[in-house]
Design a protein around this ligand. Structure first.
Ligand SMILES: [Zn+2]
Length: 487
């Protein structure tokens, strides 16, 4: 048996001004051939799960490409075409295909890159067994479902089970190829828009929904169930939560189980909505805290396509004069350069952040003038020890630590969501020793920072990952989705 393994992942934010070209993929993960097994073998990735199965069952693999770009605007057509070709051109001579995709990738030429990719593969190889692992934030289309043999999504947000998802999908495919099962997929969408801040799987409504899915998975003839939160900022016709039920040859049963989950989600629809709270009000809560608190600047989260240089929340926290704040991270390569030239311990004035306009929000970039001291300079390289992306080597580019007033700010040259404590430790900061930990993150940080504190305060600033969907100029989402249709 000879399997083809490939990863092509991008979570597209249609409102992000950050371009997605080949260099964007090369900045985060871009591995070819033997590099794929060398670098991903022991990581929290679906590819690692597929490789685990190859070792266990003794089949050989080819790994032409494994690539992922940090979330940003629609991928340019040429880049998508090149990456797609690297997979499709390699399929001949393989007995099966195991893919690690995101599910919310949009390009200049298609609103549904994964559906487009699977459709093209299926047309050329009608009988090829194809396993697909997808992100929890996938926006699932009929094209994608109709052209895969099995599809499995993560069960968790933060995504701590990516490797297990690869194992689930790969395992089902192997059982199918051995003639042990006959996978039948049932698929349904829930006609609502889920606010990303309400999607943590430790919280409601997802806690109850995921519990129900795990219970129903024990039913006879049901092989696997995935519930997807969806990613509204992709702005496609499929930006809804959805469910995939895989049965062993029992289409009607799979439909029933699918309907049961859809009904449960619909009953809980009000819990999918995040209610905006003014920044000034949230900051009053922050002042009155005794122990360490996480402050979340969630509207500018680069892990969902944010520019990571919007200064609204940092400015407000400084103005409130909160004491002992450590902040991760502002992405501003020119500020880092300025600090490199100045050198460690030098006092400088910097126009920090605000380097990007955000036309979708009709907002110009607005830097913040800060005086302070260059505390440290690093090469921005470290390895993730926490659960999210465990084992992955990180390159934030040249990085500076800047002390201004009561705040220590990490400034990077590349986008990285601060979902792991390692980002502070790599810069010589122990976050546990500080009162306020200000993060440009939403949910993913929980996997690591919850060992320090569970106390979080959401700070509604500006940015293209805003949870105030009335600010976003949607063009392609269905009009009649809850809660929009409640107005
Ligand atoms: Zn995700």
């Amino acid at each position: 048996m000879h399997a083809l393994l490939a990863m092509l992942k991008h979570e597209t934010n249609a409102f992000s001004p950050i371009k997605t070209d080949l260099s964007r993929f090369k900045q985060w993960t871009y591995l070819r051939n033997s590099e794929v097994t060398e670098k991903l073998n022991d990581t929290n990735s679906a590819i690692a799960g597929y490789l685990d199965l190859a070792k266990k069952h003794g089949f050989s693999v080819d790994t032409p490409i494994a690539t992922e770009a940090m979330p940003s605007g629609p991928c340019d057509h040429e880049t998508y075409w090149q990456l797609k070709e690297k997979i499709i051109n390699q399929i001949n001579r393989h007995d099966c295909l195991m893919l690690e995709l995101h599910g919310a990738m949009v390009t200049e030429s298609t609103l549904d890159a994964e559906g487009d990719l699977l459709q093209e593969i299926r047309q050329a190889h009608p009988d090829l067994p194809v396993a697909v692992s997808l992100d929890f934030h996938a926006n699932i289309s009929e094209e994608l479902v109709n052209n895969a043999t099995v599809i499995c999504g993560y069960h968790s947000y933060p995504h701590t089970d990516i490797r297990e998802t690869g194992l689930r999908a790969g395992h089902l495919l192997l059982d199918f190829m051995a003639g042990k099962i006959e996978p039948v997929i049932s698929f349904g969408q829930i006609p609502l828009i889920s606010h990303t801040l309400r999607q943590g799987t430790d919280d409601e409504p997802f806690k109850s929904i995921m519990t129900l899915c795990r219970q129903l998975e024990h039913s006879e003839h049901i092989l696997d169930i995935s519930f997807f939160g969806g990613f509204p900022h992709s702005d496609t016709p499929d930006v809804m939560p959805s469910v995939i039920v895989i049965s062993d040859g029992h289409a009607e049963l799979a439909e029933q189980v699918c309907d049961q989950i859809i009904q449960k989600a619909w009953q809980l629809r009000a819990d999918f909505v995040y209610h905006h709270q003014p920044l000034s009000k949230a900051l009053i809560k922050a002042v009155n805290q005794k122990n360490t608190v996480l402050l979340l600047d969630h509207a500018d989260n680069c892990g969902s396509g944010g520019t990571q240089d919007v200064m609204t929340v940092i400015e407000a926290v400084l103005a409130r004069n909160l004491k002992d704040v450590v902040m991760a991270t502002v992405c501003d390569p020119s500020a880092v350069q300025l600090m490199q030239v100045a050198g460690i311990d030098q006092h400088i004035t910097v126009e920090l952040g605000g380097k990007h306009d955000m036309p979708a929000l009709k907002r110009k970039g607005k830097p913040l003038t800060l005086n302070g001291r260059v505390k440290a300079l690093t090469d921005g390289r470290w390895k993730i020890q926490g659960e999210m992306y465990n084992g992955l080597e990180i390159n934030m580019g040249a990085t500076a630590v800047f002390q201004t007033s009561n705040m220590t700010i990490i400034i990077t040259s590349r986008h990285i969501e601060p979902w792991d404590k390692g980002i502070f430790i790599a810069c010589g900061i122990n976050p546990e020793q500080h009162k306020y930990i200000l993060l440009k993150s939403r949910i993913h940080h929980r996997a690591s920072f919850r060992t320090i504190t569970e106390k979080e305060i959401l700070l509604d600033g500006d940015g293209v990952t805003t949870s105030d969907y009335t600010k976003l100029p949607f063009k392609h989402r269905p009009e009649n989705l809850y809660p929009f249709n409640q107005a």
